[in-house]
Design a protein around this ligand. Structure first.
Ligand code: AQP
Length: 332
């Protein structure tokens, strides 16, 4: 079986709809076809200041949400990044073969450091794409399910894998991004020109999966559309309506042309009312399942411990090989 690997940050408590549709749904699907490794990337979270108590709680909450979303510990390996020390170890190696100019071209750093200014950003935030390279290469992953915003980092991963292989001999599988075009970028409900994101979206533009269902309903109903009344998929001229159609279609499995046909002559009110109901039907059991995992910490811990053990076995083998190729003397 080909391998899949992806990670998600535990920084916001609740995952948002963009995370779910753009990434987590693909994690669930790839369990069926791939030997899949998924992790909560707590080492990435600390590239920005985190309250230790919140980080601890949010890391467990993230694992609970991944399980609630459909990850099955019998069909994939779910773990916490810091439980596998090889990530930081290979991360260092990857730092050493990355050019400073190359790292400086990562647009996510530019975006994420823009707010506080580059001088107040951590060096960790600057090099986080390189830790991500190590995350992926350790598992010899073929496919990396992510949203569009991560494409550049997967390109960097491919470049560094090829560079290492060329310099030191075949060591790493060169991975490919697994990006599902239709849901690669879910947009902010209030400003459909920007992606839905925990840091850039306003509260009304962002749907957190653990929000109260009633709040979610309200946000859908007040989503920005346009001055026409025709329900039509047209990302250029009707980005708000198109975003709602994408969300609707993905959650229900109904095709966009079928949705356009069924809302013909009905206007945006009907579309929003129905989509709000679809969302409520989705988030209500999701919240409940997440809570069930949180209420049973022993089960959650045991899933994560088994996951870390399985992940470590693979990661340790890859790291040992990379160290050997580099000429590092093995410890006796
Ligand atoms: N709006 C989105 N549409 C599609 N996919 C998205 N992802 C994030 N936003 C969207 C994908 O979710 C996965 C997890 O992302 P992360 O752990 O890197 O979280 P993030 O990128 O920090 O989430 P945000 O909200 O985008 O955070 P900020 O605002 O800090 O940038 C990734 O696969 C990502 O592509």
């Amino acid at each position: 079986r080909p391998r899949a690997l992806s990670g998600i940050q535990p920084t916001s408590g609740s995952f948002h709809l963009g995370n779910y549709l753009g990434a987590i749904r693909q994690y669930v699907a790839l369990q069926e076809t791939h030997d899949a490794f998924y992790m909560v990337v707590d080492l990435h979270a600390i590239t920005m200041p985190q309250d230790p108590k919140d980080l601890r709680a949010n890391t467990r909450l993230s694992a609970a949400q991944l399980l609630a979303a459909g990850l099955d510990p019998d069909r994939c390996t779910l773990f916490i990044q810091s439980h596998v020390p090889e990530h930081a170890q290979l991360g260092w190696v990857m730092n050493c073969i990355t050019g400073f100019g190359e790292a400086s071209r990562m647009t996510q750093f530019k975006d994420k450091s823009a707010k506080g200014g580059v001088n107040s950003a951590s060096v960790g935030l600057f090099t986080y794409p390189i830790l991500q390279v190590a995350d992926i290469l350790l598992y010899q992953a073929n496919a990396v399910p992510v949203g569009e915003d991560q494409r550049q980092h997967i390109e960097l991963t491919r470049d560094l894998a090829e560079r290492f292989n060329q310099r030191y001999g075949q060591t790493f599988t060169v991975p490919a991004a697994h990006i599902v075009k239709e849901v690669a970028k879910i947009y902010d409900l209030q400003d459909p020109s920007i992606k839905m994101s925990k840091s850039a979206s306003s509260p009304k533009g962002l749907i957190n999966l653990l929000d109260e269902p009633r709040a979610t309903e309200k946000k859908i109903k007040s989503a920005v559309t346009d001055t026409e009344a025709e329900v039509r998929f047209d990302t250029e001229n009707k980005p708000g309506v198109s975003n709602l159609l994408t969300i609707y279609s993905t959650l229900t499995g109904e095709s966009i042309p079928a949705l356009e046909a069924s809302y013909e002559g009905k206007g945006y009110g009907a579309l929003k009312t129905d989509l709000a109901a679809v969302m409520v039907d989705f988030v209500t059991p999701f919240k409940q399942r997440t809570q069930e995992y949180l209420d049973d910490p022993e089960t959650l811990d045991s899933i994560l411990a088994k996951g870390a053990e399985k992940a470590r076995a693979v990661a340790a083998e890859t790291l040992a090989q990379a160290y050997d190729r580099l000429g590092l003397v093995p410890a006796k």
